[in-house]
Design a protein around this ligand. Structure first.
Ligand SMILES: [Zn+2]
Length: 309
């Protein structure tokens, strides 16, 4: 008897498995407003996270300003900008960290299915290694730089990456969901506008992003500046690549000149996010100009070290 009913049961289960899911409710102004109420205070983040903390360590999401939220882990930033027509995520963290990022998005009352796009900082696994996972769970396309496009599509390092060969390959995002923006040209996604700024150096395809978030009439320009640290695989010399170094310096000049009320970075501690949260002032120094100047000093030191070898 059991033998006769099992196929029927399996058929029923199979039907259940492929039953179409109801579409996610669209983003709305009320969902965006409600998130402001449910976001944990930044004190929760500072209580659980230390400077240069672990990359996949769970952290509470908090509101940066307006409808911009930090949804990353303790050690790696991911930012969500919420809009009534859809949301935009900047960076995904690692493959493991992306789980925390998606959970944090849900904790705020948002749905990953309402992500309209994922924007990227630089094409390394600690910041975009979770792009495949986020795409799988949201359907969101990945918008990146022309140089990083192939890296996201293949999971392989860019041939000009100073750290080439140091990382395990990332899981590629299907090519039809990855496209390149034009640095310097603002992009509008689901009614939200972002300006990508080419800041190569740490990687060839590194981008910084600038946008505005408002609380009533209190609008702040937020800049998510790339890591920009001059680190490399053994044997790589920046000084052998004058064009690369020139582009590096050009990016730093662009960054230093930006309107920049709030500076955030892919590694939170690189722009002293924890100190700023403890002080209760995300507009505190360092801002973009100081950050760019500190990076340029590091680059000069690195070039001097290479010259002395
Ligand atoms: Zn990196």
């Amino acid at each position: 008897m059991f033998g006769r009913s099992l196929p029927a049961l399996l058929a029923l289960l199979a039907t259940a498995c492929v039953a179409p899911q109801p579409p996610a409710p669209p983003a709305s102004a009320s969902v965006v407003q409600a998130a402001r109420e449910v976001a944990a205070p930044a004190a929760e983040w500072t209580a659980n996270c230390t400077d240069w903390d672990e990359w996949d360590k769970r952290a509470a999401p908090f509101r940066v300003h307006g409808d911009t939220y930090h949804v990353g882990t303790c050690g790696i930033s991911a930012l969500l900008v919420a809009g009534a027509e859809g949301h935009v995520l900047l960076d995904t963290g690692t493959r493991g960290g992306a789980r925390v990022v998606l959970e944090n998005i849900r904790l705020l009352g948002f749905r990953p299915e309402n992500l309209a796009a994922v924007l990227t900082s630089h094409e390394h696994f600690d910041h975009v290694g979770g792009a495949w996972w986020v795409h799988q769970n949201s359907g969101a396309p990945i918008l990146t730089s022309p140089q990083a496009e192939q890296v996201i599509k293949t999971g392989q390092d860019h041939p000009d990456d100073p750290q080439r060969g140091m990382h395990t390959p990332m899981r590629p995002v299907p090519a039809q969901y990855v496209s390149a923006i034009t640095p310097g040209q603002p992009v509008t996604i689901a009614g939200l506008t972002f300006t990508p700024i080419a800041t190569p150096g740490h990687t060839p395809g590194a981008l910084s992003w600038q946008w505005e978030s408002c609380e009533g009439t209190d609008c702040k320009t937020i800049v998510y500046a790339d890591s920009l640290s001059p680190v490399s695989a053994d044997g790589y010399r920046f000084s052998d690549r004058p064009n690369y170094v020139a582009a590096y310096r050009d990016g730093l000049s662009r960054l230093a000149a930006l309107d920049c009320d709030i500076l955030l970075t892919p590694h939170p501690s690189a722009s002293r996010m924890r100190d700023k949260l403890v002080a209760g002032d995300l507009t505190a120094a360092p801002g973009c100009a100081e950050y760019a100047a500190a990076i340029e000093e590091r680059l000069d030191r690195r070039l001097a070290e290479e010259a002395a070898q």
